[in-house]
Design a binder for this molecule. Sequence first.
Ligand code: NAD
Ligand code: UFG
Length: 344
Amino acid sequence: MNNRLILVTGGTGYIGSHTTVELLNSGFDVVIIDNLSNSDKEILDRIEKITGKRPYFEQFDICDEEKLEKFFNIYKKVDAVIHFAAFKAVGESVEKPLMYYQNNLVGLMNLLNRMIQFNVSNLVFSSSATVYGQPDKLPVNEQAPFKPADSPYGNTKQIAEEIIRDVVKSNPEFFAISLRYFNPIGAHPSALIGELPRGVPNNLVPFITQTAAGVRDELKVFGDDYNTPDGSAIRDYINVVDLAKAHVVSILRMIEKNSKHNLEVFNLGTGKGSSVLEIVNTFENVTGQKLNYSIVNRREGDVESVYAEIRYANEELGWKAKEGLDKTLLSAWNWEKRIRNIKD
Ligand code: NAD
Ligand code: UFG
């Protein structure tokens, strides 16, 4: 419709697939690059089922310089890039740091090199609230300093943001937006796409839905001795469709040349913190499922409390998270039921 072509790296993954749906629904054309290291080709059919449109798809590793160059030689009219492709498992990154630095940083540098070579000058980058560590002040705003990273994964996000900052500084024609996600959860209301963790999930909500589905025996709540009202840790859980929409807004901002600076950074959260036990209770209430859970020791590397100051994203980007926790947790449960074939 609007004839703009957006390259989405990692577009068959969890956040990438939801973003591709929102881009297609907004009239953009989308080409995905994904090596399917953490996703499935079938997602393309699902995206088509939801939107009635099929994104172009190229399966290869963005670390492969030659293939990426060939790609840009074929897709000459890419207007902007959203860069999701990365590894994201915090624990795995501690065991295999080089794998994380290689994939997350070499992939980014390769992409930046080719974008500059082919005059593609708009980039949206998937960053994370992990760059803040435990902030000194809550809610945390975009000016808060980076804290020493707790994991190689977290470090890749900090270094990536610094790489982008330096590249933008040396290329006045280049525009970038770093989006710092808080805790993305939930699934598309169609239940056709959602999060597909491989093996035992690290993240809270997939662990909860798998426990309710009987795939896991019980949820372990990591710590009830934090300095929070109920003792469990607090995070800012954001609906994945809301998150996806922020990418469309960011792309439009760059394409319509409304960026205030060559590099802009926005927190993507709801501004509201919820404790682990609140998430458990809300999940039980909205789904009617009883969750087996027990309290265990704190998980190493976890911070006590983090939630977003969202004023800048609201006022400057013109984006606000809309969906509440109830519907979001229900969407996560509907997705889990669908992939497990659980009938009501
Ligand atoms: P995901 O694993 O579901 O999606 C990432 C996709 O990238 C996968 O489809 C994978 O196959 C692909 N990929 C990975 N390395 C690649 C490579 N070298 N070449 C081509 N494709 C490659 O992850 P997600 O949850 O959708 O996360 C997307 C981005 O958002 C990541 O950069 C992640 O670090 C960031 N992020 C995620 C969260 C979260 O909680 N999910 C929070 C903050 C930031
Ligand atoms: N938790 C449990 N039990 C579990 C899993 C998690 O109690 O089985 C707790 C954690 O201790 C934490 C909260 O639930 O207090 C959320 O944990 P997640 O693992 O879901 O999310 P994190 O906040 O630890 O990390 C997530 C992403 C990171 C990203 C970060 C940004 O996994 O990639 O958000 O804030 F960097």
